[in-house]
Design a protein around this ligand. Structure first.
Ligand code: FES
Length: 154
């Protein structure tokens, strides 16, 4: 055992410098702001597409709804049953792509979201996949519907 490890119930040695499980307290101020004041939370009224995705590791899930006008993502909202990092990353992701062309929006990655937030604790980085994955699904769904509408109107 290294000098930094503690046995369960051992209160005699120094307290660990970091909380190691469900470490929500090590979020930076930007993450805390998006966690406590999430942008774009809710559901778009009369959405053009909706997508859900789930983190296979923890079961947390999000639902993303979008509105598109002339290939621009004019409105995007999310609902999540997830951790603080899931809320913060969905908030930042929706902020980053709102008003962007679909091609740019679907290129959003978890790394982009983490970078915009100024970083996440390493064990929370996988939470940042939720919004980009749901966004790709929602845009694919929108394109499929739009294509079928174009064919119907011919
Ligand atoms: S722990 Fe499940 S999304 Fe963060």
């Amino acid at each position: 055992m290294s000098e930094h490890e503690q046995q369960p119930g051992d209160v005699s040695s120094k307290a660990p410098s970091k909380i190691s499980s469900r470490d929500d307290f090590s979020y930076n101020p930007t993450v805390m702001d998006h966690f406590q004041n999430p942008r774009n939370a809710g559901e778009v009224k009369n959405p053009d597409a909706i997508a859900q995705t789930r983190n296979p590791n923890c079961g947390d899930a999000i639902s993303l709804s979008i509105k598109v006008t002339d290939d621009i993502l004019t409105e995007i909202k999310f609902l999540t049953f997830g951790c603080g990092a899931a809320i913060a990353t969905c908030s930042m992701a929706t902020d980053l792509v709102s008003g962007k062309p679909l091609d740019q929006a679907e290129a959003l990655s978890a790394a982009d979201v983490i970078s915009a937030l100024g970083g996440l604790p390493e064990h929370k980085e996988a939470c940042a996949n939720l919004a980009p994955e749901a966004l790709k699904l929602a845009i694919a769904d929108y394109r499929k519907r739009n294509l079928s509408n174009i064919h119907k109107n011919k």
